[in-house]
Design a protein around this ligand. Structure first.
Ligand SMILES: C[S@@+](CC[C@H](N)C(=O)[O-])C[C@H]1O[C@@H](n2cnc3c(N)ncnc32)[C@H](O)[C@@H]1O
Length: 396
């Protein structure tokens, strides 16, 4: 080191030798504490604190590892490994290979990766793996209110779109939904279905007593951006006197929604149509819902105006979005990482299409502003004790 300057080679040695990496390669960060790093790759750079830098390098190592282990989780979901392990007590890779018919060597490495993430546990004395019931509730049990397999299934198709997204960065031309692997749509369905099954009727509707009463008596409901239809199937199932219609611009989702409705035995009261707010008749609906859809709208005020006009007198418009703030420093949390990741790789592109506004994450501030611009007189955030979603009731 000369006059506080450090060459790239020495800089990397500091990082690699730092205690956080465990290996004692060359000088450690602590032995160099107080030194200034003012040069990297021959370029001038601002003075950095090497201890903080080493800690940040550790964070990035962890983040890269978790990115790759996200793909390993996808294997666990798609290959049915989580479901298989949920039925096993303590087991070896051989047991899992026997139960699944998959390659033992690959399973062994996968299991070690899952242990590094602590999704799977390992008993070093017994030399056996285990999958706790609480983990199975999150990763294997589709009926559990905690099930996250859908989010895992969604994430990898989103990441696979990265090359296309790079092109969108260069050209400003957003990607289109057809480029995603079909698992993306099934992932959204499996992600949102447990919320509808466990919360829509039990928790969300009771905080809107007027809406609940109408649904019990017999109402007409529309869900715009219905995806594979799980929300309306849940409503049709719970309220025998109510009729529902789901609209979505993505045709394969409508086909899947129709199949789902048939299988659930509610096809007579859960109709699904390719379309959007432009297809809603005026003044008809007691309730119109947008579950995770407002942030997709390219012209949200126009869409929300059409929804207001389609409501029957005293009808309600229900919006569900992520509970994220527009202030970046308030999104330094798991929801922020998930929300901004999904938005950059997928959702924002819908909102940039057709010279759209490019909404991005729809925070409470944004929902309120759009609602006012679309002419809604009353906008209420529902008092729900749920860290994963924000719900709003709007009235004309
Ligand atoms: C994140 S998904 C949510 C799907 C569904 N609501 C759920 O909770 O499972 C967003 C959906 O909105 C649909 N969408 C996007 N823009 C739309 C528009 N302008 N009109 C109707 N649907 C739209 C997409 O095709 C996609 O199915």
């Amino acid at each position: 080191m000369n006059n506080g300057e450090m060459k790239r080679k020495d800089f990397l040695r500091v990082l690699l030798g730092a205690p956080v990496f465990g290996a004692a390669m060359g000088q450690t960060a602590s032995t160099l504490q107080g030194a200034e790093l003012t040069g990297i790759a021959g370029r001038e750079m601002r003075t950095v604190d090497e201890v903080k830098t080493a800690a940040f390098a550790e964070q990035v190592t962890d983040d890269v590892g978790r990115t790759m282990l996200g793909a390993l989780s996808y294997l666990g979901d798609r290959l049915g490994l989580f479901k298989e392990m949920a039925d096993m007590d303590q087991f070896t890779a051989r047991d899992l290979a026997k139960a699944t018919g998959y390659n033992q060597r690959l399973l062994e490495e996968w299991l070690r990766g899952m242990v590094s993430l602590q999704y799977v546990l390992y008993d070093s004395i017994e030399k056996r793996f285990s999958f706790p019931p609480g983990h199975a509730a999150v990763l294997a049990d589709e009926d559990s209110p905690f099930f996250m397999g859908g989010a895992i299934e969604y994430a990898i198709p989103a990441v696979l779109a990265t090359q296309n997204v790079m092109e969108a960065f260069r050209t400003g031309v957003p990607i289109t939904p057809d480029i995603f692997h079909p698992d993306m749509w099934e992932g959204i369905e499996r992600w949102s279905a447990p919320m509808y099954r466990h919360q829509l009727v039990q928790n969300w509707l009771p905080v809107m007593p007027d809406v609940l009463k109408k649904l019990q008596e017999g109402a007409l409901v529309a869900d715009v951006g219905c995806g594979n239809g799980r929300a309306m199937i849940t409503v049709a199932h719970a309220f025998q006197n109510t009729r529902t219609q789901g609209f979505d611009v993505y045709e394969p989702s409508i086909e899947k929604a129709r199949t789902n409705a048939r299988e659930a035995g509610v096809e007579g009261r859960a109709e699904f149509l390719v379309g959007g707010t432009g297809d809603l008749p005026r003044g008809q609906f007691d309730l119109i819902t947008n579950f995770w859809v407002v942030h997709h709208y390219s012209h949200p005020v126009k869409e929300m105006e059409a929804i207001r006009q389609a409501l029957a007198p005293n009808g309600s418009y229900l919006i569900m979005e992520d509970p994220l703030s527009s202030e970046p420093n308030e999104a330094i949390n798991p929801q922020g990482r998930l929300g901004y990741g999904a938005s950059t790789l997928a959702c924002l592109h819908d909102s940039m299409a057709d010279n759209g506004v490019g909404l991005g994450v729809a925070s409470e501030q944004v929902v309120r502003r759009l609602g006012r611009q679309a002419g809604f007189g009353s906008i209420r955030r529902l008092p729900l004790d749920d860290p994963y979603i924000a719900m709003y009731q709007l009235k004309g």
